[in-house]
Design a protein around this ligand. Structure first.
Ligand code: ZN
Length: 512
């Protein structure tokens, strides 16, 4: 068959043939600045060629009118390695979801359980939350990413809440430090430290141990800061200083996860701080999810009225009970905290203007904070691949964050070039992780010859998120093809269920 190449050249007998040929798409490669019509040839798990010349493939993907870009990397994904979460992530263009905020423990067992079973790449940090739980409850081990949250949602069958409230000090702090190191040696991608869920339990000494260990191993800390507040004395920015102080002394990277949820009306100051830190060559990165509401449990420290009203400027009615979509009242809030503090809720935090302003900053990246879903009818965790998209409750960010930013670019909600939006979801993240102890990232986040073939193809005119607060599991549309390590996992906008090309992503501390 005679197929025109991207540059008008024609297929002949001597046209090179690849496993897969993605033909005629607008290729965006943020690192090189390439933004032009090209053909992409894939051989095995790698990109073999990016060319204007005609190529052929055993499988041909016609990408005319569509964008071909690096598959998205998400540092903040509580459904990493969970089949239902992977199914949604892939439809949103995410090829590498990583559980870096909450983390896992023990690390080795988590990776081993996923070997050969993932449609996406997968990786996790070693987390202070699961280490703490293990210290207080030696039987605990992370079964799957997000199981902490599932467990809280289910009333804490496998976990205690001691991890949130108890101090780790003396000999236990020494054990904590050993466990962190053990996790890094087993290949964890940095250290997850969600201080904001253990405001009264975590000491500054413990935070210091985390950042110091990250510095020693050239890794990053992934932080849910201690405070969500725009008011003194305990502001979101002060929560960042808790880690930035030790970082200045001991080094290591630092990712300020869902930054706007912490800094609220102080976001302009926080963005300046991060920009200036980066100019001073300090490895700090701010990450944002593109929603003006978060998802959590009703017992979360920062939702207590002392904080949520006084420091965040919100009220009971700004908290929505996920199961019923009803706003809370004072009475309902108090009742749930007494009887079921693990109840799933969504809560308004930073304004949409603040979120857009933060995402428009050229130094910030997107992280979805994809949150565990539950099956609406039974309340059980939505884990299996076969769970229908329509059957679940949960925050829409687990389904639509990436397509939402692409839609915002199109409808001018946010005034940034499409290539920058793509970079914030791929290359900028790969580049930060590569500098902070994840050497594999040198081969991700790029559409270049020799790089790993994690690729998303989307229609810039139609790509959109569909998930809402009420229907949080509806997949994004307009992302037509997705490849993980050279294997097609989304074809013509449909998930492929019987391929498992996902590979582990490890930190550089891994001992062979
Ligand atoms: Zn968080």
């Amino acid at each position: 068959m005679d197929v025109p190449g991207a540059g008008g050249s024609r297929v002949t007998d001597r046209t090179p043939k690849y496993d897969i040929a993605i033909i005629g798409g607008r290729v965006i490669d943020p690192e090189t600045g390439l933004d032009a019509i090209r053909n992409v040839g894939i051989e095995g798990d790698r990109i073999s060629i990016v060319t204007e010349d005609a190529i052929e493939g055993d499988e041909t993907i016609d990408a005319a009118g569509q964008v071909v870009c690096p598959g998205f990397i998400d540092m903040h994904h509580h459904n990493a390695g969970v089949p239902f979460g992977e199914k949604l992530a892939l439809r949103d263009g995410v090829t590498t979801p990583l559980e870096l905020e909450a983390g896992v423990y023990p690390v080795e067992g988590w990776y081993a359980a996923l070997e050969g079973k993932c449609r996406t790449n997968y990786g996790a940090s070693v987390g202070s939350i699961p280490i703490r739980e293990h210290l207080f409850n030696p039987n605990y081990k992370t079964r799957f990413a997000g199981d902490f949250v599932y467990d809280m949602l289910a009333g804490g069958a496998n976990t205690t809440m001691k991890w949130s409230t108890e101090k780790v000090s003396g000999d236990q702090l020494g054990q904590f430090e050993e466990d962190l190191e053990k996790g890094l040696k087993q290949g964890a991608v940095g250290i997850g430290h969600a201080v904001g869920y253990m405001v009264g339990g975590c000491t500054q000494a413990e935070s210091l141990v985390c950042q110091k260990m990250a510095g020693r191993y050239g890794q990053a800390v992934f932080l849910h800061g201690r405070f969500s507040s725009q008011m003194p004395p305990a502001s979101g920015i002060l929560g960042f200083f808790e880690m930035m102080g030790p970082q200045e002394i001991y080094g290591g990277g630092l990712v300020l996860q869902h930054m706007t949820a912490q800094t609220l009306a102080d976001t302009t100051t926080a963005l300046d701080l991060v920009d200036n830190a980066r100019e001073a060559n300090i490895q700090v990165l701010a990450e944002i999810y593109p929603y003006n509401f978060g998802g959590s449990i009703v017992g979360a420290d920062y939702l207590h009225p002392d904080n949520y009203q006084d420091n965040m400027g919100r009220d009971y009615g700004d908290i929505i009970e996920t199961a019923t979509m009803e706003p809370l009242t004072k009475e309902r809030y108090e009742e749930l905290n007494r009887t079921a503090p693990g109840t799933s809720i969504m809560f308004y935090n930073a304004t949409e203007d603040t979120v857009v302003q933060a995402l428009a900053n050229p130094n910030t990246v997107l992280g979805s904070d994809a949150f565990p879903y539950t099956i609406r009818a039974s309340g059980e965790a939505a884990l299996d691949w076969d769970v229908p998209f329509e059957a679940v409750n949960g925050h829409p960010r687990g389904a639509g964050s990436h397509a939402r930013l692409l839609r915002w670019v199109r409808d001018k909600t946010i005034d940034i070039p499409l290539s920058l939006a793509v970079s914030k979801m791929s290359f900028m993240i790969a580049s930060f992780l590569e500098k902070n102890g994840v050497p594999q990232m040198a081969n991700k986040g790029r559409i270049q010859e020799g790089k790993e073939a994690d690729i998303a193809v989307f229609d810039p005119e139609t790509v959109t998120d569909n998930a809402t607060m009420k229907d949080g599991g509806l997949p994004s549309t307009g992302i037509t093809h997705v490849l993980v390590n050279g294997t097609v996992v989304v074809r013509n906008s449909l998930n492929i269920d019987d391929v498992f090309p996902g590979k582990p992503v490890y930190g550089s501390g891994k001992v062979a």
